[in-house]
Every structure is written in C-alpha cells, then in structure tokens.
Design a protein. Structure first.
Length: 218
C-alpha cells in the first residue's frame, strides 16, 4: 500500500477510501504509527493549508476531518502507550450556552493530528467543568469555542475560573469561534486566539513552547 495514496484520500475527504487504505496497509504489516505519521497527519496538515489559502472551505474541511477521524479510530487500539510522543493534553469544549460544535470538532481533529491528547467536553460546558477537567487530566491547555456572540461572557468567566482555581500560568487558555477576535481574547485575559482550525494548532504549540509543524510535501 502506497501511503501517499492514503494521504491523497484524506485530502479528497474520501472516508471510505481512506479507511479501506488503512486496512490494506495494516494487512501489509505497515505499523499503525507509520500510517498515522506518514499518511493521515500529513494529509490533514495539507487540508489545513488548503483551507488557510482559501482553496478549501468548511465542507471540504469537514469531509477530510471525518476521513481522518474514522481512520484514527481504526488505528487507536494498535497505538500502544508511548507509540507517539504526546504534545500534551488539551481540554476542549464549546462554552456554556452554546450548542454548536462543528468548529470545535475540526480543531479537535487537527490538534489530535498534531500529537495532542484531546479531552472533548462537548457543548454547553460550564466554566467550572473546564477547570475540573483540566485538573483531572493534567491538561496544560484549555481550548474554548463559541459561535454565538451572546455566549462570549462565558469565555471570560472560564478564564476567571482558571484564575480562581490557582491554575493561571500552569494551564493556558486559547479561544476561538466566529465572533471571537484577537482583541477580545486579550481583553478577557486569554493566552491565545485561533482564527481557524489550522491556526489553532500553531497557537496551541506556541503556547506550550513546542516547535511548529509544517505540512509535508508528497
């Protein structure tokens, strides 16, 4: 199995073809770690680049994300502990009062592809729940998502909850979503702002002092 084919199928958003390719690769005794690192992750990184360049839009990004997610689910049982160097744990969720999750799911998949362990709390997440999950999982980063401008105060409340818990400095907070701006992030005391799924990965790595990753070429 040519791993570049799996990468191309991810870029094309072909979930069925991608998972079939992953199964074929596994049958040919290609290690799960190799499939992830040399096919799936580069494919999703390429998709992110296409999105940032305006060549891909949300529908294409969603299709690729689903292809990546389905394939990662196949590989996960085969990826033993320590098989990949973890970039750290990220607790992610849509803030209190907001039930939108498309953007959040895209960010989660991109972060997972970049080596982060993801704790997805879902939608309508209270500030205290973010803090609780960070403490339970030893997370170094909270990623807050919101689509409704009416829920922006919940982001500020979450930042304040982190401070009240004495986690400021140990747990960084990144925010993003349609109504969010870099200026708003600064106003509420967040540590970073991700304009889209690709930039969220770059911001997350910067906040945690990790080297950046660049898309691979075929």
């Amino acid at each position: 199995m040519d791993l570049s084919l799996i990468r191309r199928l991810v870029v094309e958003g072909d979930a069925g073809g991608t998972t079939a390719g992953v199964r074929d690769a596994l049958e040919q005794q290609i290690p799960a770690q190799t499939i992830l690192a040399e096919a799936l992750v580069p494919g999703m990184e390429e998709v992110g680049e296409l999105f940032s360049q305006g060549e891909y839009f949300v529908p294409e990004l969603l299709l690729a994300a689903r292809a990546m997610s389905a394939s990662v689910d196949l590989l996960r049982p085969l990826l033993g502990e320590g098989a990949l160097d973890s970039a750290g744990t990220v607790v992610l969720g849509t803030v209190k009062g907001d039930l939108h999750d498309i953007g959040k799911r895209l960010v989660a998949i991109m972060l997972e592809g970049s080596g982060f362990e993801i704790i997805d709390l879902g939608t309508d997440v209270a500030p205290e729940r973010f803090v609780e999950a960070a403490e339970e999982n030893g997370a170094r980063l909270l990623a807050l998502s919101g689509l409704l401008s009416t829920t922006l105060p919940a982001m500020e409340a979450t930042v304040q909850a982190v401070r009240r818990a004495g986690l400021e400095g140990d747990v960084r907070v990144m925010v993003g979503g349609a109504p969010v701006t870099d200026e708003f992030a600064s106003e509420i005391g967040a540590d970073g702002y991700g304009a889209d799924a690709l930039s969220a990965v770059s911001v997350a790595r910067r906040l945690l002092g990790l080297p950046g990753r660049h898309s691979r070429t075929a």
